[in-house]
Write a protein that binds this ligand. Structure first.
Ligand code: DOR
Length: 448
């Protein structure tokens, strides 16, 4: 008798740990159960991936979805819809909402708001602060928690851990890898006079200069070693940080973003003004190329979008009153597939940065790899499809993207999460059924 599956993905070029293979994928009960020639098998559902690449589901480990408290900018329903439309299967959301995510109550609230509203799987970071420092070791283990986020430099919101003693206490209280926003608060404060009385946005990377990033990255690497705590330095923006990070790869992992790899100063500020303003800033071409060198040499582990939407009205305020941040969860994969087509990285390296990398650094259970036993999460892409990023396609509540009008080659055709086709040909399908992401180091019983 022939095997039967819930879903078979047929005829695609499948990116597995063995390389890229023309095989079929059999899915049962939300998991991958067969890889190979499934010609004679039957299934309830079939996805014809002829001419397409089947990638492990892409995971965006840095988004700000603004709910609760800032829903005029974004919310969990729209943010995860945008993610699914962009080929993302799971997101990790940051704690600078209102209220900040500082404890079990706020975490449980975010998780319950996701029920029947989140299109993708999800987990939430808890923010480190003076008031929760003693509980961090317990808090980081809560189901649905991705870990503890540290803001060393202030950005949108009030979260900040600046003082050395507090930073050491945060790092000592817990064991999981901490994502860190590394900009030196002292230097930012000292240099704020450069922009205080009005300046144009080209001054943003002058105020928040590479030295501010280098100082904080050097400091967090030193403290990671001193305390033995693993950290993940978010959105690296300068070539100058790469050697520091390379010298600490045993403890420290690294993220950069598609926007820092794609845009550069001064052109991005001349074209987009405050819409290119984010923290840490987009820098000049020399730094952009330095980030690509970090990709090429393996220093960078992960790409995160740092999806940080603000409304058009907010972004139109004169600099520096304009808030920092830009949306990006929906364009992460399209921009990066275009970079693959331009020869800037291989498709396999992209998978390393968006699937295996996130799974490896955060101990995600059952995701990040096309292998039997793993969640049936797939980002199915057409490497030859050319599309122009348009307002019509964007699901963002803020309604804009710095990449509107940009034509890319390479496009997400389907997003499959635990065997469910959530997006196909640019349309969301069914109802939102996202679930909390599980982690191998914190939820062993639930993973059994
Ligand atoms: O530009 C940014 N905006 N950087 C951050 O770190 C936070 C973010 C936001 O939440 O708006």
């Amino acid at each position: 008798m022939s095997e039967s599956y819930d879903l078979i993905i047929k005829g695609g070029d499948v990116v597995t740990p063995n390389g890229t293979e023309k095989i079929d994928v059999g899915v049962k009960g939300g998991r991958i159960v067969a890889l190979g020639n499934l010609e004679s098998a039957t299934s309830k559902e079939e996805y014809d991936a002829t001419g397409q690449h089947v990638l492990p589901g892409a995971i965006d480990t840095q988004v700000h979805f603004r709910e609760p408290g800032l829903e005029h900018k974004e919310d969990l329903a729209c943010g995860t819809a945008a993610a699914a439309l962009g080929g993302i299967v799971a997101i990790f959301e940051m704690p600078n909402t209102n209220p900040n995510t500082l404890g079990p109550v706020e975490l449980a609230d975010k998780l319950s708001r996701c029920e029947n509203r989140a299109w993708t799987d999800h987990a939430f970071f808890i923010g480190a602060a003076e008031e929760n420092v003693d509980e961090l070791g317990e808090l980081e283990k809560l189901p649905g928690c991705a870990g503890i986020k540290i803001f060393m430099g202030s950005s949108t919101g009030s979260l900040l851990v600046e003082e050395e003693g507090l930073l050491v206490d945060v790092l000592k209280n817990g064991t999981r890898r901490c994502p860190v926003h590394a900009e030196d608060e002292n230097r930012l404060r000292e240099r704020f006079s450069l922009v205080r009385d009005g300046a144009d946005p080209t001054m943003h990377p002058v105020w928040r200069d590479p030295e501010a990033a280098v100082l904080a990255t050097t400091r967090i690497c030193r403290l990671a070693r001193q305390t033995g705590r693993r950290v993940h330095v978010l959105h690296i923006t300068s070539k100058d940080e790469m050697p520091i990070l390379a010298a600490n790869k045993d403890l420290v992992t690294v993220e950069t973003t598609p926007q820092h790899l794609t845009l550069s100063a001064p052109g991005c500020y001349e074209k987009l003004g405050t819409f290119a303003q984010m923290n840490p800033p987009i820098r000049d071409e020399e730094h952009r190329l330095g980030l690509w060198e970090g990709i090429r040499t393996g220093i960078v582990d992960v790409l995160g979008s740092d999806h940080a939407p603000h409304t058009l009205e907010e972004k139109q305020k004169p600099y520096p009153a304009s808030p920092s941040g830009m949306p990006g969860v929906q364009t992460l994969m399209p921009l990066m597939l275009d970079h693959v087509n331009k020869g800037n990285l291989s498709l396999e390296r992209l998978v390393d940065l968006t699937s295996s990398g996130p799974a490896r650094i955060y101990n995600i259970a059952g995701k990040g790899r096309i292998a039997c036993g793993f969640d049936a999460d797939f980002t199915i892409v057409d490497m030859n499809k050319e599309e122009t990023i348009s307002k019509d396609w964007l699901a963002y509540k803020c309604g804009w993207s710095p990449f509107e009008g940009v034509t890319v080659k390479g496009w997400p055709m389907a997003t499959i999460i635990r065997g469910m086709v959530v997006m196909k040909d640019g349309e969301l399908i069914g109802d939102p059924q996202g679930k909390p992401v599980r982690f191998t180091d914190t939820e062993p019983a639930q993973n059994a």
